[in-house]
Structure formats: C-alpha cells, structure tokens
Ligand binder design. Structure first.
Ligand code: MN
Length: 267
C-alpha cells in the first residue's frame, strides 16, 4: 500500500496531520486531468521545503533543504521521502510531537503536468520533466536522480528549473516567504496554535534552525498575547484561521519578479 510508510511514522491521535482516508486515492483512479502539487515550508529539526506531486492518488514527496531555486544553474538537493496522502496538500499547522514535529506552512500550491508520456517510467529512470502552475513556481522543471551514498540509496534527486519565462535570479524563498493559504509567516501559524507548545522539548535546538525557532516562538507569543511590545508591532496581524485566498495580484507580483530577473539576465 502506498501510504504504509506515511502511516507507520505517525500517531494520528497526537498529530493534526491528515491520516488519508483512501477516498482521494479512489477518486484519483477515476480522473486523469488536473494534477495537484504543493510545497510546504517545514521548520522541524531543520528548515526544509517539502515538494509534493500528485501521482496515482498520493503525493510523491521530496524534502528540499534549501527550497526550490528559479535559477537553472542552481541544482537543489531533493531527498525523496515517503508518499503522503492527497489531503496533506492542504495542511498547514503545528505538529506538536513525534515525526516531523515543528511548523508547516503551505508555501505554494497549484497544478502540475508531466512533460513525459509515462510518469512511472520517468521515475524509474530517474529523470522526470514536468511543468508547474503554482502561485510562486511556474514553468518547466526537472527532477533527476543522482548517484547517492549508500545510506540514501536511490532517494537522492536534484530539483532543477529549466530556462524559460519563469526562470530568473530572484531568490523565491526570500522574495515570497509567506503562506499561500493564510498569508501568515511561521510565527503567525504558531500563534494560531499554541506558541508555548515546546516549553521543554523543542524540535529544533542548536544551529540556525534552533535560533530561528526561538525567534518564531517569541514572536508567536507576542502575537497571541496581543502585547504592545515591539515584536507584536513588527509582526503582521495573525490572519491564520481566516485563510483568505491568495490574491490574484500576488500571482502577477511573482510573475513580474520573474520577468524582471529575466530581463536583467538578458542585458
Ligand atoms: Mn518535512
């Protein structure tokens, strides 16, 4: 069963992550048209971006430590992880404990289309060309499996942007850091839950991720507390929960950024 690994790693009485009902798998078997993709920014023991493509009723998933790059010269390591249920593609929130404990933001979503006839054959071969139509990521991309060390046998891929109207030298993770679901940042998402959830056992401790989490926890507490402190003032109002749809203007803003980058490159 495709979701066995996903289910084995989680205790669904303790995590808000979707268990996957099988309903979406059955539905996917019938339809062949629009395929879903998403990218979830996940601050767990380390910050990474989970890149997910709908295929055969599940989300094929890769963890991309540095996140996608719009620059075709920048190949991003993508470690294939267990398939996730389709329902996961809408998930944003806080995983309090266990596998993946941390904060999940729905960073991008949209549809994808393979640029090959046979996705399974392409995956087997380790060379999957496809196009994305998200809010932040668009155009042609490729996932290429690399020769990986034994511990990562067969799971190590590179995510690479092809040169097109949507490539450029904008750092998209910096330029568009917020949620496409709630428009919140990681602190807003934590504030909508329980900022003090990791009083003792924080998912990220040392290093850059630990420092980032400390900052986010403080900011989330200030947002939730509604204090007039500087952290609360500098934070955007927590819009999590209202889940406004991404504004159409966002689309053109990202599009423009890409076009500017292209124009600059051609000069
Ligand atoms: Mn993850």
């Amino acid at each position: 069963m495709p979701l066995d690994k996903y289910k084995a790693k989680r205790n669904f009485t303790k995590t808000p992550e979707p268990a996957g009902s099988g309903e979406m798998e059955r539905r996917a078997a019938k339809k062949k048209s629009e395929l879903f993709f998403c990218v979830q920014k996940h601050l767990a023991s380390h910050l990474h971006y989970d890149f997910r493509l709908e295929h055969n009723g599940v989300l094929l998933s890769w963890a991309v430590p540095k996140g996608p790059s719009l620059d075709p010269a920048t190949k991003r390591l993508a470690m294939q992880v267990e398939d996730h249920p389709i329902e996961y593609g809408d998930f944003e929130g806080v995983i309090p404990e266990g596998y993946g404990a941390g904060i999940v933001m729905l960073w991008d979503r949209g549809t994808w289309a393979p640029e090959v006839d046979d996705v399974d054959a392409a995956l087997k071969k380790g060379d999957l060309k496809f196009s994305l139509d998200g809010y932040k990521l668009k155009g042609s991309w490729v996932l290429v499996r690399t020769k990986s060390p034994a511990y990562a046998a067969g799971r190590s891929w590179l995510l690479i942007k092809h040169r097109d109207d949507w490539s450029g030298d904008v750092d998209i993770t910096e330029f568009a850091p917020r949620s496409v679901k709630s428009d919140g940042d990681l602190a807003d998402i934590l504030a909508a839950d329980t900022p003090a959830i990791w009083k003792s056992n924080r998912p990220a401790k040392g290093g850059a991720s630990g420092a980032m989490l400390n900052e986010i926890i403080e900011k989330a507490a200030a947002i939730k507390g509604g204090t007039a402190g500087s952290a609360a003032k500098s934070a955007k109002p927590a819009s999590v929960g209202k889940a406004p749809r991404p504004r159409p203007s966002q689309r053109s803003r990202f599009a423009r950024a890409s076009q500017i980058a292209n124009a600059r490159r051609r000069l």
